[in-house]
Design a protein around this ligand. Structure first.
Ligand code: SF4
Length: 446
C-alpha cells in the first residue's frame, strides 16, 4: 500500500505589512496581553499548529494509510527547495497532501508539478484548491475532512485521479465525528504554543455571501468521547497552555456541542476560552454557558451598520439596534467583545461605511478589540461566481486580507474601497489605544 506525506508549505513574504495595520496590531497585542498575559506570538515559524495535519493524520490512520509529515514552514518558499525533501520522503505512487492558502497557492502548484512528474500523487485541499487548473494535480478535495474523503483517498492511492467533492446536504449532519485528531506529527510544536484550537462542531448553517466557510451549509458535531480524547491529548502534550480558541464557527448553533464542551471541561479548572459566534446566537442560555465554560472573549462578525447592506450580503440580522443590545449584553456579563470586521465588500458604499464607523465610536465602551480583514474573493465564497469576472488581479500572492481588494467592487473603485478600510483601521485604533491617564500637576490644579 502506498503511504502518504502531509506537507505544511512555507509562505513567501511578498509584501511589507501595511504600516497602519501593523501599528494597530501592536496596540491590539498590548491590550490583549493585559488580559491574557500568558499569550505570546512565536518569534519564528507558524503562529499556530496546523490543526488540519492532526485531523488528516487520524483519518489516514482509520483508512490504514501510513503517514509522515514534512513541516517546510521554515524552508525557502521555492519549488526546488520544497520539492527536494518531499521526493526524499516518498516514492513513486505515494500520496502527497497539501492544503495551501492563497499566498502559497502558486508555490503549491509549482511543487505539485515537480512531484507529479516524479510519479507522486498530489492531492490539494483547502479553500483555494478549486482554482487548481485541470490536470495540475492528481486530485482536488473540496469539503470536510471525513471518513468518506479518506475512503476516496484509498481509491486514489490505487490509481484513479479527479475531484473529491463530497455531496452536500444542508443542515445538521446525523453522523457524528467519532475520531479525535492525532497530534503525533506535531510534537515539534511542544512548548511553543500560545493557544490551542478545539472544535466541538465543524461547519456553519448560515450562508453569508462573503464567507469562505459558508460552503459547508452543514453542521457536523464531534461526539463527546472524541472531544474528551482530544482534550486529554492536548492537555497532556501542552500542559502549560491554558488558553483555548473554540474553532466552532458559530458557538451555540448546537446545544449539544455546547453541552459537550461544558461536560469535558467541568473537572478541568483553570482554562480560559475565546469563542466566535453570530449575533443571532447571543441569547441568555448561551451567555450563561459561556460564563460557565470560562469564556473571556467573544468574537462577533460585524460587516456593516447598514442593515440593507447586510441583507444584500445574506447576513441574517434583526437590525442595528438589536446588534447594539447584544454587544452590551455580552459586555455587561463581563465578556470581552471582539468584532470581526470586514472591509472591501462588494456592496459597500461611502454612506454604509460612515454609519459603521459612527456606530463603532458610539459603542466603543462595549468593544474590546477588532479583527480587521479586507475582503478576498476566495473560490468557495458563495459570491465567487458573481465576482469572478470583476477580478483583475490573479496573482495569488496579492490575495491577502491586509492589502487592497483584487476585484472591482460595485460602488467604489478599489482605491476608494482601500481608503475606507484605512478609515476603519484608524477608528478601531482610536478605540483600542490604551488611554494615557497619568494626570499632570497643572491638570490637577484646574
Ligand atoms: S460569516 Fe460566520 S455566520 Fe456567516 S456563514 Fe460564515 S461562519 Fe457562518
Amino acid at each position: 500500500m502506498p503511504k502518504s506525506c502531509i506537507v505544511q508549505l512555507p509562505f513567501p513574504s511578498s509584501h511589507d505589512p501595511d504600516i497602519h495595520l501593523s501599528s494597530y496590531y501592536d496596540d491590539y497585542d498590548r491590550r490583549f496581553r493585559a488580559l491574557l498575559p500568558e499569550y505570546f506570538i512565536p518569534s519564528d515559524g507558524l503562529w499556530e499548529m496546523p490543526l488540519w495535519v492532526a485531523h488528516l493524520t487520524a483519518l489516514l490512520d482509520t483508512a490504514g494509510i501510513d503517514s509522515v509529515f514534512r513541516d517546510l514552514s521554515r524552508t525557502p518558499a521555492e519549488p526546488d527547495a520544497c520539492s527536494e525533501p518531499l521526493l526524499e520522503a516518498t516514492t513513486p505512487g505515494d500520496l502527497v497532501l497539501m492544503s495551501p492558502l492563497a499566498q502559497n497557492f502558486r508555490l503549491a502548484l509549482d511543487v505539485a508539478k515537480h512531484l507529479e512528474h516524479a510519479g507522486r500523487r498530489v492531492v490539494l485541499g483547502g479553500n483555494m484548491a478549486p482554482l487548481a487548473p485541470d490536470g495540475s494535480v492528481h486530485a482536488v478535495h473540496r469539503g470536510q475532512l471525513d471518513a468518506t474523503f479518506v475512503r476516496r483517498l484509498v481509491g486514489l492511492a490505487s490509481g484513479a485521479g479527479g475531484g473529491l467533492e463530497k455531496p452536500l446536504l444542508p443542515g445538521l449532519v446525523s453522523e457524528r465525528i467519532t475520531w479525535a485528531p492525532d497530534y503525533r506529527h506535531l510534537g515539534g510544536y511542544e512548548g511553543r504554543v500560545p493557544l490551542l484550537r478545539l472544535n466541538a462542531s465543524h461547519g456553519c448553517l448560515y450562508q453569508c455571501s462573503f464567507c469562505g466557510d459558508a460552503w459547508s451549509k452543514q453542521l457536523t458535531l464531534v461526539e463527546k468521547g472524541a472531544l474528551e480524547q482530544e482534550v486529554d491529548e492536548l492537555t497532556a502534550r501542552f500542559p502549560d497552555t491554558r488558553l483555548f480558541y473554540i474553532g466552532d464557527k458559530t458557538f451555540g448553533q448546537s446545544r449539544e456541542a455546547v453541552a459537550n464542551l461544558l461536560d469535558v471541561f467541568r473537572d478541568r479548572p483553570g482554562y480560559r476560552f475565546i469563542v466566535q459566534t453570530h449575533v443571532m446566537q447571543v441569547k441568555d442560555w448561551i451567555v450563561d454557558a459561556m460564563r460557565e465554560l470560562g469564556v473571556v472573549a467573544v468574537e462577533l462578525g460585524f460587516e456593516s451598520a447598514d442593515s440593507q447592506m447586510l441583507k444584500r450580503l445574506n447576513k441574517l440580522s434583526r437590525g442595528l439596534d438589536d446588534y447594539t443590545t447584544k454587544i452590551h449584553k455580552l459586555s455587561d456579563a463581563g465578556l470581552k467583545v471582539v468584532l470581526n470586521m470586514m472591509g472591501g465588500l462588494d456592496e459597500e458604499t461611502e454612506a454604509a461605511h460612515g454609519q459603521t464607523v459612527d456606530w463603532m465610536r458610539e459603542n466603543s465602551s462595549a468593544l474590546w478589540l477588532f479583527n480587521l480583514y479586507n475582503f478576498v474573493p476566495y473560490p468557495l465564497t458563495p459570491d465567487f461566481p458573481r465576482l469572478r469576472e470583476r477580478i483583475f488581479n490573479w496573482d495569488f500572492a496579492d490575495w491577502r486580507e491586509d492589502v487592497p481588494v483584487v476585484y472591482r467592487p460595485q460602488h467604489l473603485s478599489p482605491e476608494a474601497s482601500w481608503d475606507l478600510f484605512q478609515e476603519k483601521i484608524a477608528a478601531a485604533h482610536d478605540i483600542i489605544r490604551t488611554p494615557v491617564t497619568v494626570p499632570t500637576s497643572s491638570a490637577q490644579e484646574k
